[in-house]
Design a protein. Structure first.
Length: 155
């Protein structure tokens, strides 16, 4: 997890954010390990199985930069919750939906994630994010070239 800017001018601060799923009963660690080690495991199929039958809720949290115990440049140092308490700021709801259509698959193949595609007040911070800026753009260019797709925003 890397830090990001929140806000502009004198009110800006560094934060880290996280999202935690709201699940009635958390599966045990053994269940997760068996799922991901299954040679037939498919994240796409798993997401389709879940979202075809119900919506998913996530709690969204931010942690504020405090001092050298919450470093910006050192992403290996965890921002301990006793130093910077996670603050619940939102609920994310992903509606039930069909992810298996050819149209949806084509749409997803044309998307690219880049943490730098943001407003200035949400700018990624730290060395890891500076490196990611170049790598994510090059990966997107390469993937779009392989798929013979123009690199553009979805409509």
């Amino acid at each position: 997890m890397t830090p990001y800017r929140l806000g502009i001018d004198a009110g800006r601060m560094a934060i880290k954010f996280s999202a935690r799923p709201r699940i009635e009963k958390q599966p045990g660690l053994g269940s997760w390990i068996r799922t991901f080690l299954d040679p037939n495991f498919s994240l796409e199929k798993n997401m389709q199985d879940v979202l075809s039958s119900r919506e998913m809720w996530f709690d969204f949290f931010v942690q504020r930069y405090v001092n050298d115990r919450t470093p910006i440049e050192d992403t290996l140092t965890e921002w301990n919750e006793s130093v910077s308490r996670p603050i619940h700021v939102a609920k994310i709801i992903i509606p039930a939906q069909d992810l298996s259509s050819a149209t949806r698959r084509q749409f997803c193949e044309s998307l690219s994630f880049n943490p730098w595609h943001c407003l200035p007040e949400h700018k990624p911070l730290g060395a890891v994010n500076r490196v990611r800026k170049t790598i994510y753009l090059e990966m997107s260019r390469y993937r779009h070239a392989l798929n013979h797709m123009p690199l553009r925003e979805p409509a």
